[in-house]
Design a protein around this ligand. Sequence first.
Ligand SMILES: Cc1cc2nc3c(=O)[nH]c(=O)nc-3n(C[C@H](O)[C@H](O)[C@H](O)COP(=O)(O)O)c2cc1C
Length: 206
Amino acid sequence: MDIYDAIYNRRITRDFQDKIVPDGILERIINAGLQAPTHDHLRNWEFVILKDKQDKEQALQFIKQGVKPQLEILKQTLVNGTPQQKMYADAMPKQYSMLYNASHIILPFFKSNSGVLHPSSVSSLNPISSIWCVIENIFLAATAEGLACSMRIPVGNEGLSVAQIVGAPDDYLLPCYIGLGYPADDKVVVEQVEYSAKQKMHFGKW
Ligand SMILES: Cc1cc2nc3c(=O)[nH]c(=O)nc-3n(C[C@H](O)[C@H](O)[C@H](O)COP(=O)(O)O)c2cc1C
């Protein structure tokens, strides 16, 4: 697939087929992630891959709470809301299922330093900036393979709890969970707010 096709076809997907992604494809996608630019040349990234139901349940146990009370409001929003509200209405009830039902959960860990969570400048955030380049490469490679990804940012202590459960070293942080799989035929495609380069470019001066 042409790189522009991958970029334009990439969408966060929260509905998956019950179909396993072959190991060879998974490996190609992780290799694509490893091609990302890195602030320190070291590529201090590690990937915990969860495929078995029991492993997924363990890692996702911290997500289950907190979604249900909002469901009715969210359903209303799906019909009447702005594009952003509609995204939330689709996404919030699926935070667990969009990962559990994916063929694989990829947990991309990056080596942190004391500046990442208490930054004094933008460059203190370099380790987290680098891992997000990795994550986007994974999304694009998955799209090129005819696959799709879901993504969740851990909230509160969720990331640390998941890291502990999968045995990650203390100095490695989890920026997000990625669900990887074959998109469902009837997947929800959430409307986007579209912009063009012409609206966003400022030549010479803002
Ligand atoms: C930094 C970041 C955090 C996000 N957090 C979540 C999340 O916690 N749960 C979720 O379902 N989607 C999450 N998303 C996905 C966005 O909802 C999605 O990218 C957005 O609606 C645009 O849709 P698209 O990716 O299909 O173009 C996140 C995306 C980004 C870049």
